[in-house]
Ligand binder design. Sequence first.
Ligand code: UDP
Ligand code: MG
Length: 325
Amino acid sequence: MSDTFFDLVPRPLPPLLSLVIPIFNEEEVLPLLIPRLREILNTLSCPSEVILVDDGSSDRSIQILLKESESDSRLKVLALARNFGHQLAATAGLDFSRGEAVILMDADLQDPPELISAMLEKYCQGFDVVYAKRTAREGETWFKKATAWAFYRIMRRLIHKDLPVDVGDYRLMSRPCLDALQSMRETHRFLRGMVAWIGFPQTSVEFIRPRRAAGETKYPLSKMLLFAWNAALSFSPLPLRLIFGAGMTLAIGSFSYGLFAMGATFWGLDVVRGWASSIAVTCFIGGTILVSIGLLGEYVAKIYEQVKERPLYVVARTKNFPPKA
Ligand code: UDP
Ligand code: MG
């Protein structure tokens, strides 16, 4: 059974396969990644290019990339002017790719390049998106595993019912899918949600996510929380609806309490004793209003950043790309 309601149309291998790899301070990993990539690319039966996006690294990553690309014109280097973050670095690489099929992967070998041929096989069967699904994760703390588990399930609720769970950004996309993705120039990007929104026949290949080959994660908890927060707010008005619901519940509660207070006064019951509860209710309502305004402010800030229409990233330097026509 296919994973989709479309009829799959088989197709040949792409005339060119692009790999897009965002890189931020990966000097320890690059000497492992590049030989392994070369080895895999040599075994493929279609031509390929690798777009190595340096996301403003402050270590020796860019020097390594420039040196490696000297002798191999398949390796193309795109250096951004500063650190723009993984999602924007990936967007830059996708914009510069020319392949009929494009694969986005991490530099740290947590996305094993050995999956490329399995992904291409699915592409040839007619799928437009082939994502790599993690069946297990190696060498990650229970905390990272638990937060990742919760993250995917909450996002699925919030963002899109078709958002696959336990799937990162490692995926193959066909050119038509990528064209649709490139037409979405939103500032706050959550690529996997955007790809789920686009549709097209999608399927997965499964793998066990290995540990990082070397170096440290570039996604500490603070960055991960910011990523989840941005993903939720940029995709879904649900948080606004939730505060609206909370506001309604409070308003009904307060109104009923007001009626009760008036009745109590009317019937001459002791009314002074309610002081503590009225303070509590006032503080609660005040707090809720502030939280609601704060959340509204978050959305307004996102609109503000979007209407400026700044470029998503700035390219400082390129190497091995053909001159623009
Ligand atoms: N990365 C990037 N810019 C950043 C942070 C990370 O380009 O600001 C790259 C990083 O070099 C790696 C990929 O994004 O290739 C995923 O990062 P990492 O492996 O640190 O994340 P994790 O797998 O721990 O979630
Ligand atoms: Mg990683």
